[in-house]
Ligand binder design. Sequence first.
Ligand code: PA5
Length: 448
Amino acid sequence: MEKLKFINKYADKFVSEKDIADMSPRAVEAMRTLHAGNGEGNDFLGWVTLPSDYDKEEFARIKKASSYIQKNCDILIVIGIGGSYLGARAVIEALKSPNYNALAKNTPQIYFIGNTISPSMVTELVSLCEEKDICINVISKSGTTTEPAVAFRVFRDLIYKKYSADEAAKRIFCTTDKARGTLKELADEQGYETFVVPDDVGGRYSVLTAVGLLPIAVAGIDIDALMNGAAFAQNSLNSEDINENDCLKYAAIRNCLYESGKRLECFISYEPCMTMFNEWLKQLFAESEGKDGKGLYPVSCVFSTDLHSVGQFIQESGSSLMFETCIKFNKPLDDFTITEQDGNIDGLNFLAGKTMSFVNEKARQGTLLAHTEGGVPNFILESDAITAENLGYMIYFFEKVCAVSGYILGVNPFNQPGVESYKKNMFALLGKPGYENEKEKLEKELGI
Ligand code: PA5
């Protein structure tokens, strides 16, 4: 079967074939703009050809570094925020488990930090490192982002306390710009091994560079398979016939729904291991499309868990606001069969002999019908199984859908100017040199 199949048949009454056909020329035009590289943000298109055109020498170094880390540490600390950690965490949790760190395995524990300024989280992780061998992979394209920079200061101190300066330097791996930024300067000065975030690949499109690949490889995941899946997507998703190209169709339909008044897309999974993949999707779409007063707000749910929290809202109040896109896997990573019990005291013998995945699938089908009945359009992205190759395909698929969708919407899908506002205020309030004039004004506004 196809690696990922877009199914829109359950939403016919919300988006007709005619609606899709009407949107089709705009989707084709958007994809042409992307391929020609003549749209807004065209200096950030490196991800488009990345799966076939990546630095093979660096790829080999990533594998070598991952073996070193696997052999020499109990814990890998991955420091990064936004696009500098979400992709790696998404792939590791999807393919290994959200409980990866608790599982018996021959690969190191992997903890993500530098994605929060919470003192408790940092302190807790420092204590988890007691009497453990550690390595650090600090990831920041700009090399100046506050959250990872502060965390790196803490864990660099820790690693220099644990080891000699020479040994500590061998245990720190920096993924950053090839020439610029504080992190690059520091790495060069201290002799840390560095990996590159290519100039033309933005953070949220960077999971298939060293940004994602090094932590993913440390977790024991086959990064060749991941890249092969992405390369397959790169070669498959180019047709200008909307019925031959699911990427184009999905991008068109999202925009049909946006123009018909929907404001929210909910990514659904029935596998908790996809929770972080949903987080990656949310960042990809929110930072790419949410600007100039436009965009679908991406949210996510894991069902059936969240049917017992937000299910009520979706069923009875979701119709004017949202649609759902479910990533469905035909096979889970693991399965079991429900047993027959004497006496049937819990009344569940009607399920005896059925697999848990069968029950999960019936929950999915029941929810699909209920939510559609409640007026919420539902789409399915169907994949055979959770494999590295399929995830590689899926990553590229969503990146391309997002870029094409953004161009249809009329925004630059590769910048994130709005992220700067909070940073400016935070720097001023912290008293960072250069922001002195703002501080007093902001404190007055806050009444502090
Ligand atoms: O997608 C993006 O560009 C952002 O989410 C960045 O990844 C995030 O802000 C972290 O930036 P940096 O890698 O420069 O520390």
